[in-house]
Ligand binder design. Sequence first.
Ligand SMILES: C[S@@+](CC[C@H](N)C(=O)[O-])C[C@H]1O[C@@H](n2cnc3c(N)ncnc32)[C@H](O)[C@@H]1O
Ligand code: SF4
Length: 471
Amino acid sequence: MEFEKRDWPDLQNKALRAILVDDLEQAKRLLKQDDGALSGISELLGKVIDKPLPLQNLTAQLPQEITTAVSYTCGIGCQMCSSGFADRTSKFDDYKYVSPEQFDEVLPWIDTASLVVYVGTGETLDSPHIYDFVKKAKGKPTTLTTSGVPLTKEKVKRLIDSNLTTICFSFDGITSAGHGSGSEKYSKTILNRIDMVQATKKELGVERPHIMINMVLNNENVDQLDEMVDLALSKNAILLLLSIMTPLNDDLYKKSIFTDFKYYQTKINRSIERGNKKGLQVKFGNANEIKNSQPCSSVDRMLAFNEDRYHPSVCCGPIKMPIKIRDESPDTYWNSFPFRYFRHMHDQGESESLPSACDTCWEMHPLKFAKKMQPRQNTFEAYPLYLEAGKLKKNNQWEKAEKNYKTIIDKSGDPTWKGRAYFHLAEQKVRKKKYPEAYELFQQTVKNYYEHQLAFAYLYLLMMILGENQE
Ligand SMILES: C[S@@+](CC[C@H](N)C(=O)[O-])C[C@H]1O[C@@H](n2cnc3c(N)ncnc32)[C@H](O)[C@@H]1O
Ligand code: SF4
């Protein structure tokens, strides 16, 4: 599987990347060889000599939770599967598991973390290396999330031998969208697996791994929540962790709680309260209820290594950083400008300042997410207009191009297209040396399209030039 090596930076990417990790001297050296494609960046770079770096005070300690994928296969076929295994059993033809070498590349991150979570992206226990990977956490708290289907007594013994702290069963009760597709037989199998773990622990006289259950809620299983609490108590689980099914298509939307969020929110919160009163820890993320809005629990806390091991995710949502890991230290990567800016956006806590993806994320603002998920009739297509704008721009017909970009910003329901359109408006302002206006437009670019590396490099330099670098 080669995709991790694809996209290694060419000269221009290298120069932009150097800016984003605060190595401005290296960026200058590289840009000397540039053919002029980054002339706007070169010009700004010449203006920032001796100015303080942007958001330098927003560095943070390395993430406390490291989540890592271990396998890219799964045979369970949950309709809701966010990893894409609803209708296939393997993601790649030639790549089934994370190799020991790939895993070792994450060890510097694991060394400073206080929790290591092994989950997916397919079935975690499909990985033949999982026992060694758990051992490599060297005794720090570990959680392994599994459907439970491949678990055998032999495997439980090996997990105990690896010193696993917690085994988390993904079990959603009876629902057509979740694990087992609503089959009673499947449920019985999983409950037997839980019993087998407890019996093996007893036999060996050990306390761990603790059992936890992860239940993904939708409108088919909400009414089973009280029953799940009783079940978890009867199985000596230490925690019932709840999450909301994020719908990936219209059919799943109809089964989700977003069809009537307020109604289901009240029901779920009542059950959480009841469960906690009964003595079971029942949690929704870090909280004891589903709120209307809450700060993101992932920012600054976690990093998830999934498919592209050099491009980890900062949360369970769609935000992507505009920078991949290369040879630098974890600290340099984690405190590079896009991460500092991410903190800056979240620190303000206002919708206007958050990335669009965060502002409408199911965890931070479930009501906004519900609205976003509603099937709608937006037939506007940004792509043809965007293509046309590119041609107009090339032919020096900027005013017409600008009109197209503004139409995309007004009419597109897709933030990525909005971000792209903002970028061109912003770059034009740089050409005209209207830096404060350019700065605002680049802010809009990354708000809508966080992965935009070139916009981030501009934003970095403009913050320095305009003195917008203090918190
Ligand atoms: C993708 S699975 C991979 C690990 C393992 N196969 C399992 O099912 O536990 C990781 C977690 O994502 C959850 N999940 C899958 N699809 C989801 C969705 N659409 N919304 C919310 N959680 C989902 C699963 O319930 C599971 O707890
Ligand atoms: S068991 Fe996990 S990975 Fe497999 S289909 Fe279900 S959610 Fe996806």
